[in-house]
Every structure is written in C-alpha cells, then in structure tokens.
Design a binder for this molecule. Structure first.
Ligand SMILES: CC(=O)SCCNC(=O)CCNC(=O)[C@H](O)C(C)(C)COP(=O)(O)OP(=O)(O)OC[C@H]1O[C@@H](n2cnc3c(N)ncnc32)[C@H](O)[C@@H]1OP(=O)(O)O
Ligand SMILES: CC(=O)C(=O)O
Length: 529
C-alpha cells in the first residue's frame, strides 16, 4: 500500500493566530512544498473562503507541480440538503482539484450538539457527499473530525462514520485529533483497533494537533499502528498550538525507520524550504525546531566540543546534512579549547596543536562574557578576537580620534528631537571629520561612521544595519547597569553579528558598530588603506 505525505500548511496551517496568507503567498508556498516532495498539498476551502476559491482558480494556470497534487478541503453536505444542491459541495467540484478532502463528524456528541441532527443523517451526509464527488471523478479523502475523542466516548458510532466513508468510495479516512488532547499510547491503541475493524486494504491516515505537545509523537504512533497517510504542516503551523510538524514527522520516518517518503531531493532541502516558507508566512523561524532549526545542531558546551572534535556523531543524532542543516559551534563562557578549535575550523583557521592560542582565546572569551559580552550570537566579534590572537593584530582600517553623539530637542514645546553625531578618525593617510544626522543618537553615530569610512572605503556603502538589540544587564543597579548591544549587518548577500558592551547605550553601540565595519571590510577582501 502506498504511503501519503499530505501537507495542510495552506489550509490548517493558515488557521494559526496571526497568519494571513494572500493568494500570492499561497501560490509561492505551494511550489516549495512540491519541491520538498510531499504527495498532496491542501490548498484551502473553496466556496467558504473567497481567497481559497481564487487560489484554486489561479493555480490552474499559474502552478506547475512536479510531485504533488492539489487537494480542496470542504465539509460534507449540509443537514437535510440534497448533495447536488449544496453550493459548498459544488464549489469543491468547481475548484477542479483532483483530490477533495471532506471534514466529516465522527463524534456522536458533535453530531447531536453541533450539527443538531441524528447519527443516521450524519452517516447519510458522509456517504452522499463521498459518493457524489467520487462519481464526478474526484479522489475523495475524509478527515474524521474529533475521531479519537469520539471513539473513546462511543466507539461504535465513530467507527460507523469511518465505515460509511470507505463504503461510499473514500480512498483515505484520516483519523483526526481535532482538539489535540491525545497521548501516543492512546492513539497507537485506537489506530490498531480501527485497522483491525476496517481491514488491511483500507487506507487510514492521521491528522494530529499539538495541544499536549505530542502531535509528532501521536502521528508516529499512528503510523506504527498501521496508518499510511500522515497529515501535517511545515513548521507545525496551525490552530492553537499548531499541527504536527510535517518535516519532523517525515524526518523521523525516513531517518529513524528507513522509509523514503518524499519525492525529489526531499529532506536534503528541508531546512532551506522550512526557512523560505517562514519568510513567506512572515513568522520568524523557531531556532529550536527539531531537524531544521538554526540551533538544531548548534553546540555550546565545551565538553560536547571536545568529543565532537574526535567524531561529530558522538554528540549528534544524525548528520545535519541529511536535512540540509549544519553543525555549528557556539562560543561562550561554556566553551573550552576544543570549542575554540572547532569554531576556528568552521571559520577557516587550523588551530590544531596551537595550545597557546586556544588558551588565550578561551580565557579572553570567558573574561569578556563575565563582563557582559555574549559571543554565541555575535560570530563576527568572536572572529575578530580569534584573528587578533592568531595574527597578533586587529586589521588597521582606521584609528579613532574621538566621537560624540547628541540629542537635541526643538520646537516650541521641545516636542521634536533630532540627533547629530561627529566622528573624527584617521584612515587612508588622512584625518577625517564627519557629521551624521539620524532619528536617534545611535543612528546618527552609524551615519557619521559610515560617511567617514566611505571616503576611503566606498565598499562600506553596501553595508546596512538590519537588526539592533539592546539589553540592560544587572538591572538591580539602575543607572549603573551595563548595556549590551547586538547588531546585525548585511552587505546584501551575507549578514554578520557583532556585540558591544559599555556603561551606556552609545558606548556599547559604538563598539558593535566599529566591529561591524571592520568585519565587513575584512569579509569583502578590502586591505587597510
Ligand atoms: C476542524 C477544522 O478545523 S475544519 C476547518 C475549519 N475551517 C473553517 O472553518 C474556515 C472556513 N469556514 C468558513 O468560512 C465558515 O465557517 C463556513 C463558510 C464554513 C460556515 O459559515 P456559515 O455558513 O456562516 O455557517 P455557521 O458558521 O453559522 O455554521 C456552520 C454550519 O456548518 C455546519 N457544519 C459543521 N460541520 C459540518 C460538517 N462536517 N458537515 C456538514 N456541515 C457541517 C453546521 O451544522 C452549520 O450549519 P447551519 O448553517 O445549517 O447551522
Ligand atoms: C480536519 C481538521 O482540521 C481537524 O479535525 O483538526
């Protein structure tokens, strides 16, 4: 029996709080899902959500899928309505999607209290709708809503709904944990019982929500018990706490159970695709996401690094390349010499056998972290320290004579503010004095520094500050507290992060800004002038 990987990012994923996908977003996400290699892409509910009706219409001319087929989602016919006269069922046909997935009630309490009808009418709604759509040439899948809750309450009634769907011609019945309250043992037992009840030739699926934090585990339990169709969303998007993270489910099945499920390059592209979809949903990626998260293979503890130096597999459960991710060493006060050696290797420095350098860098990092610096989020500042300890000097792009930045309040009530900064430095054999204006004192300082350096290093014009984070450390000291600034800069292709610490925001920012300029010039291959 074939196995289905069924993605519902564009339908159930879009039910996540705060997510609002345009038709264009959906048309951009669908090819990424196709590239991932899923078998089915549920595009939305045509006839109920106007954007979804438009999505299916535009998909016909604008989408070319290599691996996946589109599924339109909708409900069984309404109570007491002839199926061929139900406009929502008609909209499913009109979508021209080759697969239609019907949500059907399979918990008798929902039938009686939400649909306000009888169990018999519900079975007729399921059978009529499946038969009608199958008769029109559609592959029909049924999502048995609240199946697990219903089964635990009245198993005969829930099983009758599943059987009605199969008997009418449904290709798949996906058992749904709609409220997400199940635990893996319960799911495994129930799927095994349903498997026995419906027989081995019928294709059972699973659709899990994450309210107990078990959506992935519940999906795996269902597959182990005989489900061969698994639904989920990329990045675990979905209502409330989300749906089963489809990439995690598939990675577990492929990499732990040896079942190749995705078409094309599949998992090897998973990290890139998960992040690209985050860009389109405008929801920041979750760094600690299994397999594809930025931290999924990041090691901070010095003891880990000392073993990883011998063999990376000693501290990681898979080769990160299997999911298109990378191993990274994080540098902090928890680093040891092995961490520095491995990080050096990552940055292109071979420090093997250079015990002195490793000890000096390790001690410098530990001291700096004790004074408020943090390097696990400021790789570029770390690299400058490492270079300095290896070569004995910092790249001499400029020497600073002085700088200042002021905030001026103007207007009759002092309600308008303007900032102005002056930087005096030497570069390219000249003394440069530059003044910058900005909407705040840090912005003005950044402008002044950039303008000064730009006279000698025009390469700096490409640099852009894209993130700025301030943290006041040791807040119990009030105004004595120290300030830490982390900034991220890009040259349009790559980005780098630097850190600064000081008694106030401006001093901390100045250090992070100058590190950023030096690192950017270094990376651009510019020699000091
Ligand atoms: C578990 C899930 O996540 S399923 C996916 C849920 N997704 C969505 O709800 C998003 C899209 N939904 C919508 O646009 C709207 O809710 C609609 C168009 C579906 C329904 O809206 P309305 O027509 O205004 O109906 P209303 O919200 O008042 O009630 C829902 C109706 O669907 C009926 N219904 C609910 N489930 C089913 C079902 N499985 N089969 C048939 N009818 C159903 C209800 O009995 C009710 O019928 P009634 O109008 O005769 O009382
Ligand atoms: C169908 C669906 O989304 C659910 O039951 O959760």
């Amino acid at each position: 029996m074939s196995f289905h990987v069924y993605d519902t990012t564009l339908r159930d994923g879009a039910q996540q709080e705060g997510m609002n996908l345009s038709v264009t977003d959906k048309l951009a996400i669908a090819p990424l899902l196709d590239e991932l290699g899923v078998g089915f892409i549920e595009g939305g509910w045509p006839g109920a959500v106007p954007k979804d009706t438009e999505f299916f219409a535009r998909a016909r001319s604008e989408l070319t899928l290599k691996n996946a087929v589109l599924a339109a989602f909708g409900a069984t016919r309404k109570v007491g309505v002839k199926v061929e006269e139900d406009p929502q069922v008609r909209a499913l046909l009109d979508s021209q999607a080759p697969v239609v997935t019907l949500v059907a009630k399979s918990d008798v309490r929902h039938v009686e209290r939400a649909l306000r009808t009888t169990a018999e009418e519900n079975l007729a709604m399921i059978a009529d709708t499946v038969r009608f759509l199958a008769g029109e040439g559609r592959r029909v899948f049924v999502d048995a809503e609240h199946f697990f809750d219903g089964y635990r309450f009245d198993r005969a009634a829930s099983l009758a709904a599943v059987e009605a769907a199969f008997d009418a011609g449904a290709e798949v019945v996906a058992l749904c944990d709609t409220n997400g309250g199940m635990l893996p043992g319960w799911v495994g037992d129930i799927v095994a019982e349903v498997r026995d009840a419906v027989g081995p030739d019928r294709l059972l699926g699973v659709h899990a929500h994450n309210d107990t934090g078990c959506a992935v585990a519940n999906s795996l339990a269902a597959v182990e018990a005989g489900a061969s169709h698994v639904q989920g969303t990329v990045n675990g998007y979905g209502e409330r706490t989300g749906n089963a993270d489809l990439i995690t489910v598939v990675a577990n099945l492929e990499l732990k159970h040896g079942r190749a499920l995705l078409a094309g390059r599949g998992l090897a592209e998973a990290s890139r695709i998960a992040h690209a979809i985050s860009e389109l949903t405008n929801i920041s990626p979750y760094a600690r996401q299994p397999y594809v998260g930025a931290s999924a293979f990041a090691h901070k503890a010095g003891l880990h690094a000392s073993a990883i130096k011998v063999d990376p597999d000693l501290y990681q459960h898979i080769d990160p390349r299997a999911v298109g991710n990378d191993m990274r060493m994080l540098i902090s006060d928890m680093a040891g010499r092995a961490s520095i050696e491995l990080k050096g290797r990552e940055l292109g420095f071979d420090l093997a056998g250079q015990g002195d350098v490793l000890s000096r860098v390790t001690n410098r990092i530990k001291d700096a972290e004790a004074n408020g610096y943090t390097y696990d989020a400021a790789d570029a500042s770390f690299e400058l320290i490492l270079r300095e300890e290896v070569t004995g000097e910092r790249p001499a792009y400029f020497t600073v004579e002085s700088w200042r930045s002021i905030v001026e309040r103007t207007g009759s009530r002092g309600s308008e503010t303007a900032s102005e900064a002056t930087v005096k430095l030497r570069a390219g054999g000249e003394r440069i004095v530059s003044t910058g204006e900005g909407n705040g004192p840090v912005n003005a300082l950044d402008q002044a520094l950039r303008q000064a350096l730009g006279r000698v290093y025009p390469e700096i014009e490409k640099f852009e500050l894209i993130d700025f984070k301030v943290r006041i450390l040791d807040q119990t000291h009030g105004t004595d507290a120290i300030t830490r600034v982390l900034i991220e800069t890009t040259d349009g292709e790559q980005s780098w992060s630097t850190v600064g610490v000081g008694p106030n925001l401006l001093e901390a920012s100045w250090e992070a800004l100058t590190d950023s300029a030096i690192f950017g010039l270094l990376k651009a291959g510019v020699s000091p002038r």
